[in-house]
Write a protein that binds this ligand. Structure first.
Ligand SMILES: [Zn+2]
Length: 109
């Protein structure tokens, strides 16, 4: 029935999964923060702050991913979201679970 949105809903799900996965850049910065805090506790922010912003940028990107049906931000409409949003479009209520039958293989390299 609503199968035409499955691809885009799957993409939103992938963005969300990705947002909460620590990628190598974030891990390196967190590690740098730990090392620097060993030198001086006041230096910990040098690794921690960029790591947080990299993480938050991914959260914003997935929260603002457009809804395939209404083209409004799917998760959160606010400029500075506190999370990736719920499982339904905040604007039109399209449900993310429609994408549950997605196959990870298509669209991958
Ligand atoms: Zn919508």
């Amino acid at each position: 029935m609503d199968n035409k949105w499955v691809d885009q809903l799957s993409a939103i799900k992938r963005l969300r999964k990705d947002a909460y996965r620590l990628d190598s850049k974030i891990i390196i910065m967190l590690a740098a923060g730990v090392v620097l805090s060993g030198i001086s506790p006041g230096l910990a922010w040098i690794g921690g702050v960029p790591a947080f912003f990299l993480f938050y940028r991914k959260v914003v990107k997935s929260a603002h991913a457009p809804c395939p049906r209404c083209k409004e931000p799917f998760g959160v409409a606010q400029k500075w979201p506190l999370g990736v949003g719920g499982d339904e479009c905040q604007n039109c209520g399209l449900e993310l679970k429609l994408a549950e039958s997605d196959s990870e293989s298509d669209g991958g390299p």
